[in-house]
Design a protein around this ligand. Structure first.
Ligand SMILES: NC(=O)c1ccc[n+]([C@@H]2O[C@H](COP(=O)([O-])OP(=O)(O)OC[C@H]3O[C@@H](n4cnc5c(N)ncnc54)[C@H](O)[C@@H]3O)[C@@H](O)[C@H]2O)c1
Length: 252
């Protein structure tokens, strides 16, 4: 694991922190010595992740990223307890039903787009005033390979909202660059989180892996490693990038 000494003492806010890529990102930032705020609707899950971490300060704030007041209050609490906010990672997201547009219930569309796009928008919007006070403000949004291209089964609401996350991030890169804040996104391929492992058979995982030049699916840590890099001073000149973390499966 690369160590970025400058991340020690910086304040990182991670949404979707109770499990999967978000939880792994929390652990990675904690290992860098950052102060980490875990924002999630799942109190028990997030508290468990926070409790695992020794030697670094963590704070769990129950947050619904789709709710403006919940987001505003959570960020105010983090800033007050940790003295500011330097890094925002938006990992809360999900996909709903894997069907075509014709069969997709309208409320499923609304829920998925609200979680992925409104949630990311609200978190970024309400974090901006704090990030502007940081000497190295960073926004890192978690998109998906489904927001970059289409193959295999996905949901139209998921694909459209994850493409929206990339374009929102680019907009922020231009808007916030003059304030010294960088905004980037990552676009993971299917990842071996505990949730994905539980949904797929070994044969299914091997079949997907066989289509990837690196012949394996990523672990959540592969994404967390990229996110600490994007938050570090080494990535100070990366702005508006959508980083494909897909083992070479799709080359854009
Ligand atoms: N796992 C994959 O294969 C994969 C691939 C590409 C992209 N992604 C993206 O990566 C991100 C993380 O994926 P994952 O598989 O680790 O997710 P996950 O489903 O394992 O965890 C999502 C977390 O978000 C939280 N959450 C859900 N709704 C919320 C809300 N309204 N407010 C706050 N928290 C909420 C959940 O409680 C959970 O802890 C998502 O944005 C997902 O779309 C995942």
């Amino acid at each position: 694991m690369a160590i970025y000494p400058e991340l020690k003492g910086r304040v990182a806010v991670v949404t979707g922190a109770a499990q999967g890529i978000g939880a792994s990102t929390v652990r990675e930032f904690a290992q860098q010595g950052a102060l980490v705020a875990l924002l999630d609707i799942d109190a028990a899950g997030a508290q468990k992740v926070a409790d695992e971490i020794n030697g670094s300060r963590t704070l769990y704030v129950r947050t619904d990223v789709t709710d403006d007041k919940s987001v505003t209050d959570a960020l105010a609490r983090v800033a007050s307890e940790f003295g500011g906010i330097d890094i925002l990672v938006n990992s809360a997201g999900g996909y709903g039903k894997l069907t075509g547009v014709e069969e997709l219930p309208v409320d499923d569309w609304d829920r998925t787009v609200t979680l992925n796009l409104r949630g990311t928008f609200l978190m970024c919007k309400r974090a901006i005033p704090y990030l502007k006070k940081s000497k190295a403000g960073r926004i890192i949004n978690v998109s998906s390979i489904s927001g970059r291209t289409l193959f295999g089964s996905t949901s139209p609401a998921y694909a459209a909202s994850k493409a929206g996350v990339i374009q929102l991030t680019r907009f922020l890169a231009i808007e916030l660059g003059p304030s010294g804040i960088t905004s980037n996104s990552i676009a993971p391929i299917t990842t071996l989180t505990p949730r994905v492992r539980a949904l797929r058979t070994e044969a299914n995982i091997e079949q997907i892996a066989s289509t990837i030049p690196l012949r394996r699916l990523p672990d959540p840590e592969d994404h967390a490693n990229a996110m600490v890099f994007l938050a570090s001073d080494s990535a100070a000149y990366l702005n508006g990038v959508a980083l494909d973390i897909n083992g070479g499966r799709i080359l854009m």
